[in-house]
Unconditional design. Structure first.
Length: 167
């Protein structure tokens, strides 16, 4: 039996939209419905960063829900997502930045705070703080004490949000 890499699997998680004005039962709209479905399917499956971001969010939420959650190095996330070189860390950071934008838009703590650089003593890379600043959530020096305080606040808030209520 041959193993299939997770990156080769496409999950179709689209839900039917009851407000969609296209009625596939109407013969005049059948072609429009087919084109709309194909356009959505193409968009959903051809954006690797979006697909990786969905998988990464699920993985990070599961880690945050552990009894004693700990930050995870970027390299470990790349390995857990079964990413292929080159630029596996860059693939992870692009997906994390997308997740940060989604979290900022919904006023949630940054799930990306789970990811850290093994070279920065438990802190994320400067790109985390740059992205947080662009999103209006961080103002300060990415290498200063305010970065450590900001990261700790985001990490604690996301753990509180995703913690298993049975614990």
């Amino acid at each position: 039996m041959t193993a299939v890499p997770a990156s080769a699997i496409t999950i179709d998680d689209r839900a039917a939209d009851p407000t969609d004005p296209i009625d596939p039962a109407d013969p005049t709209n059948a072609m429009k419905a087919t084109k709309a479905t194909n356009a959505t399917r193409t968009t959903r499956t051809t954006n690797p960063t979006e697909a990786l971001a969905r998988r990464l969010r699920a993985h990070l939420q599961a880690l945050a829900a552990l009894r004693v959650p700990v930050p995870v190095p970027y390299r470990n996330l790349a390995e857990a997502m079964l990413l292929s070189p080159p630029h596996t860390i860059h693939q992870v950071t692009e997906a994390l930045e997308q997740l940060m934008a989604e979290d900022a838009a919904t006023d949630r703590p940054f799930i990306a705070a789970m990811a850290v650089s093994k070279w920065r003593s438990g802190l994320p890379a400067p790109g985390f703080f740059d992205c947080a600043a662009r999103l209006g959530r961080f103002a300060g020096d990415a290498t200063g004490p305010e970065a450590r305080a900001f990261h700790a606040g985001e990490f604690n808030a996301l753990v509180a949000l995703w913690a298993d209520p049975r614990d």
